[in-house]
Design a protein around this ligand. Structure first.
Ligand code: ADP
Ligand code: MG
Length: 576
């Protein structure tokens, strides 16, 4: 007997539509899949023409290999691909496509027109499909290459069509994919038009910097710092790309873009590796902009996790994490320019940060000299980013040190600079346990029950940082010793600071909590604005800052110094 709930095999067109849904979610998925096919076909010129956010039509035209006349039909069948022959091939995929699903899926949910001519064939082929069925096929003339037009997307899947967002939203998704491929393949001459108007174009000269300027605009694109490969690492995981200097940041992590072997990927852990690389360099709650390109042997990564292929699995995820973090950190600490002075920067000049970098600096950034920073598990060792040797001129407002260097004038925030010096010193000494200074008479401090509980939960790690504390009943804590740097501080002021850092660190791992506490300690211990310094004290501070691995920002990410070059001074005085 048959009723409504009996099991039956779906009709092929329904099955095809369901399968298509996994690959084709929205117009941008069509753009992504077809541009990938063009790249796989060896194209150097790719044009994307979009009408009405892709609802009306999307056309991708390329100068690639083309599809032989005898293969145009099979290309549109499910699981038909020229890129993979055996199951073993899945272990070393070097093309963007390999599942043989895109053309079949797209054709199942739209009206497709293919015009193609294969290399070496005299004449091309035109083929039209509706809901996946061929409705027209004939020879046609065209130069070698392929043009695929996709019209009326989801015309036969009303539920899907209804879920399409506004034209502007669909456009944004398309723009995002085109931008990603432009960045990943700077040799590609890519052109994008919406409703007949060109909106984006890359020169195709293999210069990633130019693509970044086209994609992000001059202000961001020109200021990104190059992530240089570390030739000495000997690791099969290679990392290149561009990352923002600490002076450039965003409110969310959307500016972090990752590519793996030429494929755009989403990976929250690697995104975190990039964020972690900026540890203490950015104000809290701010995120870098970065384009990170990872290249590694294809057999150490599985890209076949999901039809959209944006998710990957690594055989050694930790190694990739470390490689990304180290590469980004090195480039940012090694090359980032000192915060330029906005008030002196000529408004419209394309002043590039790498111009005017001192030779000393450039040399230091590229040599492999290592400066152990103590045993921070998340912060690898890196080459020091020197600031040039500075000569102290004096102090302004009892808050800023004025100094002169080979490149002009430097204004140094004494408090921020001292915080940085103390922080790095503490990080370096942390492994042996930080020196403690016992109080002559132990003191009790009354706190809220929550605060006391929080301190109690962290007694051990606080001990490593130099705090000797004992629960004293109720919400009272007995202080026997403080970190030596805090000799002059009052326990009643220090403990609430520590509690605040612990509260902030609730969701952090232990090492990060310790760092948060250390930053508080440094803030408390550092010289304050308003404190008049002797010339010796200023020279000592500057010297200590010069020895820092990240001298240009305080541990909270604010700049420690402002640099005004001799050129800038000359310009301001109208001497140019
Ligand atoms: P996949 O890319 O996974 O192989 P597709 O369904 O996207 O699967 O494409 C099927 C086949 O059609 C490809 O393997 C390729 O041989 C051919 N093809 C698709 N697009 C193009 C193109 N623009 N130029 C040349 N060949 C193409
Ligand atoms: Mg494909």
């Amino acid at each position: 007997m048959r009723n409504d709930t009996s099991i039956r095999v779906l009709p092929p067109d329904v099955a095809a539509q369901i399968a298509a849904g996994e690959v084709v979610e929205r117009p941008a998925s069509v753009v992504k899949e077809l541009v990938e096919n063009s790249i796989d076909a060896g194209a150097t010129d790719v044009r994307v023409d979009v009408e009405k956010g892709g609802r009306q039509s999307i056309r991708i035209t390329d100068d690639g290999r083309g599809i032989p006349a005898a293969e145009v039909e099979i290309a549109f069948q499910r699981h038909s691909t020229s890129k993979l022959a055996r199951a073993e091939d899945l272990d070393h995929i070097v093309t963007l496509g390999f599942r043989g699903e895109a053309l079949a899926s797209i054709a199942a949910v739209s009206r497709v027109t293919l015009v193609t001519r294969a290399e070496g064939e005299e004449i091309g082929t035109l083929m039209r499909l509706e809901s996946g069925a061929v409705v027209d096929q004939r020879p046609i003339g065209r130069p070698p290459g392929t043009a695929i037009t996709v019209q009326d997307l989801f015309y036969n899947v009303p539920a899907r069509r209804k879920f399409l967002r506004t034209e502007a939203t669909e456009r944004r998704h398309i723009d995002a994919w085109v931008t990603r491929y432009a960045i990943a393949y700077p040799h590609l001459r890519l052109l994008l038009s919406h409703d007949g108007r060109e909106t984006f174009r890359t020169p195709g000269n293999d210069d990633l910097r130019e693509v970044l300027i086209a994609a992000y605009g001059m202000e961001v694109g020109a200021n990104l710092v190059e992530i240089l490969e570390d030739p000495g690492s000997g690791s099969p995981i290679r990392v290149r790309g561009f990352a923002s200097p600490p002076s450039l940041h965003r409110a969310n992590r959307g500016g972090i873009t990752l590519f793996l072997n030429g494929r755009w990927i989403q990976d929250s852990r690697l995104t975190y590796a990039v964020i972690q690389a900026y540890h203490t360099l950015l104000p809290s709650g701010r995120y870098p902009v970065a384009v990170v390109m990872i290249a590694m042997p294809p057999d150490q990564v599985d890209v076949n996790v999901h039809p959209a292929k944006a998710e990957v699995r690594f055989s050694d995820g930790d190694a990739v994490f470390r490689a990304v973090q180290r590469a980004v950190r090195n480039s940012v600490t090694g090359q980032a320019p000192i915060a330029p002075t906005a008030f002196l920067r000529p408004a419209a000049s394309g002043g590039r940060p790498w111009e005017g970098r001192s030779p000393v600096w450039a040399a230091r950034a590229s040599d492999a000299g290592e400066s152990p920073l103590g045993q921070q598990p998340l912060l690898p060792q890196h080459a020091p980013a020197a600031i040039p040797a500075l000569r102290v001129i004096g102090q302004v407002g009892a808050a800023f040190v004025v100094a002169e260097g080979p490149e002009g004038l430097y204004l140094i925030d004494q408090h921020a600079a001292h915080e940085r010096v103390l922080y790095e010193r503490m990080m370096a000494e942390r492994e042996q346990g930080l020196p403690s200074q016992g109080l002559l008479t132990p003191l009790t401090v009354d706190l809220s029950p929550e605060a006391a509980g929080l301190l109690e939960a962290h007694l051990d790690s606080l001990h490593r940082l130099g705090f000797v504390l004992e629960p004293f009943g109720g919400s009272t804590v007995l202080v026997r010793a403080l970190p030596a740097v805090l000799t002059r501080a009052r326990p009643a002021e220090v403990l609430p600071d520590v509690v605040e850092a612990l509260e902030e660190g609730r969701s952090m791992v232990d090492a990060e909590v310790e760092q948060a506490v250390m930053r508080r300690v440094c803030k408390r211990a550092a010289v304050k604005a308003g404190q008049v310094l002797t010339r010796e004290e200023m020279a000592g501070l500057i010297q200590a800052l010069e020895a820092c691995a990240s001298p240009r920002t305080c541990p909270h990410g604010r700049p420690t110094m402002i640099h005004i070059s001799v050129d800038q001074l000359a310009r301001e005085f109208g001497r140019e």
